[in-house]
Design a protein around this ligand. Structure first.
Ligand code: URP
Ligand code: ZN
Ligand code: ZN
Length: 463
């Protein structure tokens, strides 16, 4: 097996920053040592002088080819994982979907077929449960044993993904016994549907009304409810895409009570706001996602939550729909705009910009984007760090390079960028996935099918 030596960089993990050489043998990291202290030789030498050597990003929330609102997310597993690699992410955890009336296994098989042989980097699956019943509850045990150890339930989207409180409680009780982690999309769906109907009746049809009807209080209420349901069930809980400071306050209160509840936010809630949803000429549709973007003054609470560990993970919720032909389905009726935004390629860079801007420090960047998601979803230390024995998923990152984000240069299969024109400091230079170059000095050298399925263990924070 080929050896790779990465020399002279600053190795940044969630716990350490050291000037070290990193020796990779085949697919694994085998040793780190002070720069120049070892007589190591290798077939491939990467000079990382002046650069960071960081673990590949772990994006624990993506939706490749997800069906939504009569269309499909525009990135396939092939295009989406290639874009992930360009952005320094070497692991994604995507969501397989159980359709109503079908089994979990049928949904999972469909997602395995979509991803098999297509991915540029490694991938795992969470399971979306849309139909909680005796049979799907029993299937949960088998999925946990097979490495699909997390289950997303929705208090939103009545008639589609929605589960009532009783069903959510049952799934949580099952997770309490089989070790699975319940993930919650926490918004009060039935109440939102009433507000949508009333807004449309008043003639409020533009994208900005999407943000107005999906009220922060209805995110907070549902967050409170799933927290208390998980407490009753005795199960850990992970709340996805937290955007409202009121919802974050519910998580913070529960964590102060020492409940095993965890939270994720996404770059769009940290860098974008309702100002974007209000952009004229239907441009706001580009920013329609749920939970929705919030007024700018929520951002400081989210940054604080990321610093204080009230929030543990930053994922993308990558769910791209092209402006032309897809977002346009909701012209004249905001409720028909497919929900979701692109971002799998931008997360590592945006969070590095947060380091530059002083919101978080370098190690917290790696913790939020690599180590914590790996621990949360049973992948650490195989993924999420640079250490002997870990997969050699390594990014050589240039912290001084300047870039301007643009749809003209990104690699996601979507016709706009949510961050068009944004200037960022820092850029991915080289990416290894299990020791194989995927990006080499900003050239794509990977291939579809390199990425393999990752059976995951249990949440490493719970229990
Ligand atoms: O708007 C979003 N977030 N779309 C993807 C589905 C989900 O709820 O995560
Ligand atoms: Zn969701
Ligand atoms: Zn999502």
């Amino acid at each position: 097996m080929a050896r790779t030596l990465i020399t002279g960089g600053l190795v940044v993990t969630a716990s350490d920053e050291t000037h070290a050489d990193v020796l990779v043998d085949g697919a694994r990291v085998v040793a780190l040592a002070a720069h120049g202290s070892q007589p190591w030789t290798a077939e491939r030498v990467i000079d990382a002088t002046g650069k960071y050597v960081i673990p590949g990003g772990v994006d624990a929330h993506t939706h490749m080819e997800m069906p939504f609102g009569g269309t499909y997310a525009s990135d396939t597993f092939e295009t989406g994982t290639r874009a992930a690699a360009w952005g320094g992410t070497t692991t994604i955890v995507d969501f397989a979907i159980q359709s109503k009336g079908r089994s979990l296994t049928e949904g999972l098989d469909t997602w395995f077929a979509k991803a098999d042989g297509k991915c540029a980097v490694d991938y795992g699956f969470h399971m979306i449960m849309s139909d909680v019943n005796e049979s799907s509850l029993a299937e949960m045990d088998r999925l946990v044993a097979a490495g699909i150890s997390s289950f997303k339930l929705f208090t939103a989207y009545p008639g589609v993904f929605y589960s009532d409180d009783g069903r959510i409680l049952r799934a949580m009780q099952r997770a309490a016994s089989n070790g699975g982690l319940v993930m919650a999309h926490a918004e009060n769906g039935p109440a939102i549907d009433v507000l949508v109907e009333q807004a449309l009746a008043r003639g409020e049809r533009d994208p900005r009304h999407h943000g107005e009807v999906r009220r922060a209080l209805l995110e907070a209420e549902a967050t409170h409810r799933v927290i208390r349901l998980s407490q009753v069930a005795g199960a850990p809980l992970y709340v996805v895409h937290v955007s409202a400071r009121e919802a974050l306050a519910e998580l913070a209160r529960a964590r102060a009570e020492e409940l095993p509840v965890f939270g994720e936010t996404c770059p769009q809630y940290l860098f974008l706001s309702t100002d974007n949803l209000a952009e004229p000429g239907f441009e706001g549709a580009k920013y329609v996602c749920s939970t929705p973007l919030r007024p700018k003054d929520h951002q400081e609470a989210l940054w604080r939550g990321l610093r204080t560990n009230e929030l543990q993970v930053v994922s993308t919720d990558h769910c791209p729909f092209c402006f032309k032909g897809q977002k346009e389905l909701g012209r004249g009726d905001f409720s028909k705009i497919p929900n979701g935004m692109p971002g799998v390629e931008n997360r590592m860079d945006l969070l590095h910009q947060a380091v530059v801007d002083g919101h978080i420090d370098r190690r917290r960047w790696i913790e939020l984007a690599c180590a914590a998601p790996a621990r949360m979803f049973g992948l650490y230390p195989k993924k999420g760090t640079v250490a002997p024995g870990s997969d050699a998923d390594i990014v050589v990152y240039d912290p001084h390079a300047e870039q301007t984000v643009s749809a003209a240069t990104h690699h996601m299969n979507v016709d706009y960028s949510a961050y068009e024109g944004k200037r960022l400091t820092g850029r991915v230079e080289t990416v290894l996935s299990r020791g194989e170059p995927v990006i080499d000095e900003r050239a794509y050298v990977g291939h579809a099918g390199h990425g393999t399925f990752l059976p995951r263990g249990l949440c490493q924070y719970a229990g």
